[in-house]
Design a protein around this ligand. Structure first.
Ligand SMILES: Nc1nc2c(ncn2[C@@H]2O[C@H](COP(=O)(O)OP(=O)(O)OP(=O)(O)O)[C@@H](O)[C@H]2O)c(=O)[nH]1
Ligand SMILES: [Mg+2]
Length: 315
């Protein structure tokens, strides 16, 4: 697609045209459009949304929660975007997407846009793509944007890097799992949710999260813990209200502003790194790397080879 085409698509996406929003995303995903081109068209107009990471163990009810939140948020006349990162890999097969994204409360609503994306690329690549998608949703005028990822481990870090708020969702049975989590992961959370609280022991889990939080060094800032159930609707209204009030007070929220500056910095670094790397790995250097054989891995230290490779067209 030509760049004139891209501009037309972006103009329509700005007006919340469903197909054009999808086209922008797919265009970036399939490298039909360059990130740079798209960013130049949309970036300045993609700052009004609140981006929320919803992360937690598989099956904790992350999608079900969003499905419950959407109609309540919509009643406040706010629009919603959802990016669900699908953890299924070609190796394990994974579950079918339609099964996983239980977001059917949004059918036929122009002000809700749900998009799934695979996580087959390396972790960094997925996060970057999710960030681009979330910018596109922001550009299309979505007020609140959820990014769902399955954690436990690395993905909490990456989703917290691209969002304004990180929500960690657990279930009553997560007690042991939480004890094993590194403190750093829990410290990423701005909000905790104990979902499936229709099951027993949810109070116990709330207590242990509280204990862990008070024993970590995190400042005295109060981290909210919501007890929710998608079955009985307990706590859903409170959780939703917290989200909308974060949205409404975003401009005065220093934590969110700081995160946005950090995010911008990180993006700059990542773009520079990519640029420099792609300049470095020219054809000649790549050929040298590809030419490594069984003999050279034993006779040449990696540093020696790096010097040799660098010698080709010194940067
Ligand atoms: N009892 C009970 N079941 C729930 C609740 N919330 C979700 N479920 C069920 O838990 C299962 C998983 O829900 P999902 O919303 O798909 O969970 P998820 O965290 O998005 O799952 P993945 O995206 O696959 O990691 C479904 O069968 C839901 O119906 C709840 O509050 N109580
Ligand atoms: Mg899900």
């Amino acid at each position: 697609m030509s760049s004139k085409n891209l501009k037309e698509i972006a103009d329509k996406a700005r007006k919340n045209d469903f197909i054009s929003i999808s086209d922008l995303m797919t265009g970036i995903e399939n490298r039909v459009f360059s990130r740079k081109e798209v960013s130049q068209l949309i970036f300045k107009e993609s700052h009004k949304s609140l981006k929320i990471g919803i992360t937690g163990p598989p099956g904790a009810g992350k999608s079900s929660l969003m499905n419950k939140l959407i109609p309540i948020i919509r009643k406040e006349n706010l629009s919603v975007g959802v990016i669900a990162i699908d953890p299924s890999s070609p190796i394990t097969g994974g579950s079918f997407l339609g099964d996983r994204v239980r977001i059917n409360n949004a059918v036929n609503d122009d002000n809700v846009f749900v998009r799934s994306m695979g996580s087959r690329a390396e972790l960094g690549g997925v996060t970057e793509l999710a960030e681009d998608f979330s910018d596109i949703l922001a550009f299309s005028g979505k007020d609140i944007i959820f990014i769902e990822t399955v954690g436990v481990g690395q993905s909490e870090y990456s989703v917290s890097e691209i969002t304004d708020l990180t929500t960690l969702v657990f279930v009553p049975e997560s007690g042991d799992e939480i004890q094993l989590l590194k403190a750093g992961i829990l410290e990423l959370a701005d909000v905790f949710v104990v979902n499936k609280s229709d099951r027993k022991d949810s109070n116990l889990l709330v207590k242990s999260i509280n204990n862990i939080l008070s024993s970590t060094k995190k400042d005295s800032k109060k981290i909210p813990i919501f007890k929710t159930s998608c079955k009985t609707d307990e706590g859903i209204e409170d959780f939703s209200q917290a989200i909308t009030s974060y949205f409404k007070s975003m401009k005065d929220n220093k934590d969110i502003q700081e995160k946005q500056v950090l995010r911008y910095n990180r993006r700059i670094k990542s773009i520079v790194e990519k640029d420099i790397l792609s300049q470095f790995w020219n054809e000649e250097r790549t050929a040298l790397l590809d030419g490594i054989d069984k003999a050279s891995i034993k006779t040449k230290s990696p540093y020696e080879l790096v010097d040799e490779i660098k010698g080709k067209n010194e940067l």
